[in-house]
Design a binder for this molecule. Structure first.
Ligand code: SAM
Length: 261
């Protein structure tokens, strides 16, 4: 396996440093018998440390060339799902207990994967993942900055994100072009109660459709001009603002005002 040909399109940058692996598993505070999902075990450097903690481990790996190695190394110690994590129907496999996700995520699926995690947030007790540093910064961004966007709002709505530490690119084989970061996402206890979350996120997405445009312009996509005029009369949010300047609380006010039209 030393001459293994890494597949860039599958985000195959394998970690070399076991100290980082231990740090990740410690942050996740993996306990005996806990349900853990690892996405992309690769050659198993993180898998091995998770097995040491005697957890109940399910691994999802897309690359069939890695199956023999994973089966030889871990045989019945893991439940290996030989599929694309995004093509698995999670609802069919969720256990009754909550799950922790611990993974060095493949770069190319980071956003769709995290959006899926947000959709099923109630199933997860903690999410500790390595992602591109730039994405970690977007998740932790402050309102009004260039990094602030839908990913920020969605992750901060369901979770309390923590930027744990940076991982330099030379610690991977092959080295990616950019540095990575480990983040943790802990389910938020004070998540706002929103009656129609689907509609709320539709409004947020519309408000960010064109970042340079005012809310009143972007919102034209979902409300008529006449209704925008009406909204303008009583909405607590000034519609000449841009979506990127609104924090969560203000988006909720906007949503309530639109719902009341
Ligand atoms: N866990 C190993 C490590 O830390 O060195 C490998 C991590 S590597 C960044 C990402 C892994 O995810 C690769 O093994 C790759 O084949 C796998 N992978 C890529 N896309 C996937 C997908 N959609 N579903 C499941 N696994 C995927």
């Amino acid at each position: 396996m030393n001459n293994y040909h890494h597949k860039k399109k599958l985000g195959q940058h394998f970690l070399k440093d076991k100290n980082i692996i231990r740090k990740i598993v410690d942050i996740a505070d993996v306990q005996e018998n806990e349900y853990i999902w690892e996405i992309g075990p690769g050659k198993g450097i993180l898998t091995e440390e998770l097995i040491n903690r005697n957890c109940n481990l399910t691994c999802f790996e897309i690359d069939e060339n890695l199956y023999p190695l994973l089966e030889d190394s871990f045989s019945n110690k893991i439940h290996l799902i030989k599929k694309d994590i995004l093509k698995v129907n999670w609802e069919e496999i969720f256990p009754h207990e909550q799950i922790k996700i611990v993974a060095n995520l493949p770069f190319q699926i980071t956003s769709p994967f995290l959006f899926r995690v947000a959709k099923y947030a109630q199933h997860f007790s903690n999410v500790v993942v390595m992602i591109q540093k730039e994405v970690a910064q977007r998740i932790n961004a402050k309102v009004g900055t260039k990094d602030y966007g839908i990913l920020t709002l969605k992750m901060q709505y369901y979770f309390t994100p923590e930027y744990e530490f940076t991982v330099k690119s030379h610690l991977f084989k092959p080295a990616p072009k950019v540095d990575s970061a480990v983040i943790s996402l802990t389910p938020r206890m004070d998540k706002p109660e929103i009656e129609n979350e689907k509609f709320f996120w539709h409004i947020v997405e519309t408000a960010f459709r064109n970042r340079r445009k005012m809310l009143r312009r972007n919102l034209r996509e979902i409300i008529s001009k006449a209704k925008i005029e009406k909204l303008n009369e009583y909405c607590p949010i000034d519609l000449s603002r841009r979506g990127e300047t609104l924090n969560e609380k203000e988006f909720i006010e906007l949503y309530k005002a639109i719902k009341g039209l």
